[in-house]
Ligand binder design. Structure first.
Ligand code: RAT
Ligand code: ZN
Length: 417
């Protein structure tokens, strides 16, 4: 027996050790590097007013959304704190997350928010980011950068300084999903585009993507898509994909991330918290993989019902990389089910999780929860392998965890981080 073979009763501890030791790459967040700092969210009031918690507020308090959104940030946080943390025990995943962050910084998890507010007010952003990443066990994060966001675009245009711990992603939602509301912004920026996609629109959108890719150096391009997403289809979205997005991705050798299954604003009054989820028809994904073998697709799906099918498609197409347990799926019960299924069907050839953090300190609880949920799942897989006759070594565990939380992303993006 090779010396590094792990006895059965020590497998779980070995998995836990490696999960804690290996710094992960967080491949999809809504965090921003310090040079885009004015749009980055951090601190206690942002943590408590996370839209996942706003959705929960309206189930436990009778304030109307319109009245809630009139409040100041601080008053919103006080109301959510009082309702979801004081009057009720914080049992949900999103509320527990806030508790875990407070606890990680040694702050009180009950009572009022005075100490927490004082603590965060005294932090210097750059050193705070370093501490938070260390506490979360991540080496770097991937941002979501929207070249048509009126707050973000000017910062890039003014030459925002890059940061080795933050990688850019060119987000395409305003072009692919909201062209009608955004084509004039491109026109104002000097691109000869038309509302109906006629004339030079396609070559100009392509030029726009090339220009912004040169500016941001994105590790991938990304779009969130509705549950009704169809391909092929006679639509502007599909023309943009075929004639602009996918060719530029190929030119630059980067993947496209397709996040499918959002039902936008099923309750518009809730704003960011108002989206729902729906089952998608994955034949669209199949056709993309078949028609564009030279492109690579990072894929996350919002509906639980689509997850098994996604594994089947990943077995057919090497240019498809399932990633993450997205948004409403990022709860231990669902993460467990999805990750077991993926391990059973794909081995380690997928990316188990991303944080989707919108507020800096969320990476602490989100990655802690991922490690906690994954420890028994991975340990069980190694246990079964060992019972079937292949001893498990420390090197196996290190190699596999590194592959899932770093290597698969590096290989798929053709970068070394
Ligand atoms: O999880 C979220 O915060 C959602 O609101 C979305 O931002 C989603 O993750 C997305 O990237 O579209
Ligand atoms: Zn997201």
């Amino acid at each position: 027996m090779p010396s590094s073979v792990i006895p059965s009763d020590q497998i779980r501890a070995a998995v836990e050790r490696e999960l804690n030791a290996i710094p992960f790459i967080d491949i999809h967040t809504h965090l921003f590097m310090p040079s885009l700092g004015s749009i980055g969210l951090w601190g206690i009031d942002e943590l408590i007013t996370y839209h996942y918690l706003e959705a929960e507020l309206f189930r436990s308090h009778d304030i109307q959304p319109a009245a809630y959104f009139e409040l100041s940030k601080r008053a919103k946080a006080d109301l959510i704190w009082q309702t979801l943390f004081v009057e009720n025990a914080p049992l949900s995943e999103a509320t527990r997350g806030v508790v875990a962050v407070l606890n990680a910084f040694g702050l009180p998890t009950s009572g009022d928010l005075k100490d927490a507010r004082e603590f965060f007010a005294g932090r210097e952003l750059r050193s705070h980011i370093k501490d938070v990443f260390r506490m979360a066990g991540i080496s770097e994060v991937v941002m979501t950068n929207d070249p048509l966001d009126p707050d973000e675009a000017p910062l890039w245009e003014a030459g925002a300084e890059g940061d080795s711990q933050f990688h850019a992603v060119l987000r395409l939602d305003r072009i692919l999903n909201k062209w009608e509301q955004n084509w004039q912004t491109l026109e104002q920026k000097g691109f000869a585009v038309a509302a109906d996609g006629s004339g030079k629109t396609m070559s100009e959108v392509r030029r726009f993507l090339e220009e912004w890719s040169a500016r941001m150096d994105p590790v991938y391009m990304a779009v969130s898509l509705p549950d009704t997403f169809a391909y092929p289809e006679d639509s502007l979205r599909v023309r943009f994909l075929r004639e602009c997005v996918l060719p530029v991705c190929r030119e630059r050798g980067i993947p496209l991330s397709v996040m499918i299954g959002v039902r936008y604003l099923v309750n518009p009054e809730l704003r960011l918290a108002g989206d729902g989820a729906g089952k998608a028809d994955l034949r669209a994904l199949e056709r993309l993989c078949v028609d564009f073998p030279e492109n690579r697709f990072l894929t996350s799906l919002l509906s639980r019902e689509n997850q098994h099918e996604l594994c089947v498609y990943a077995r057919k197409f090497a240019n498809l990389m399932p990633f993450g347990c997205w948004w409403f799926l990022n709860n231990p019960s669902v993460v467990e089910e999805m990750t077991r299924e993926r391990l059973e069907m794909l081995g380690t050839s997928f990316i188990p999780q991303h944080s989707d953090a919108r507020v800096l300190e969320q990476v602490i609880y989100k990655w802690r929860n991922t490690r906690r949920t994954l420890t028994p799942i991975l340990a069980n897989s190694y246990q079964l392998m060992s019972e079937d006759g292949r001893p498990v070594t420390q090197e196996d565990i290190r190699h596999d965890i590194t592959r899932m939380f770093r290597g698969n992303f590096e290989t798929f993006t053709r970068r070394k981080f």
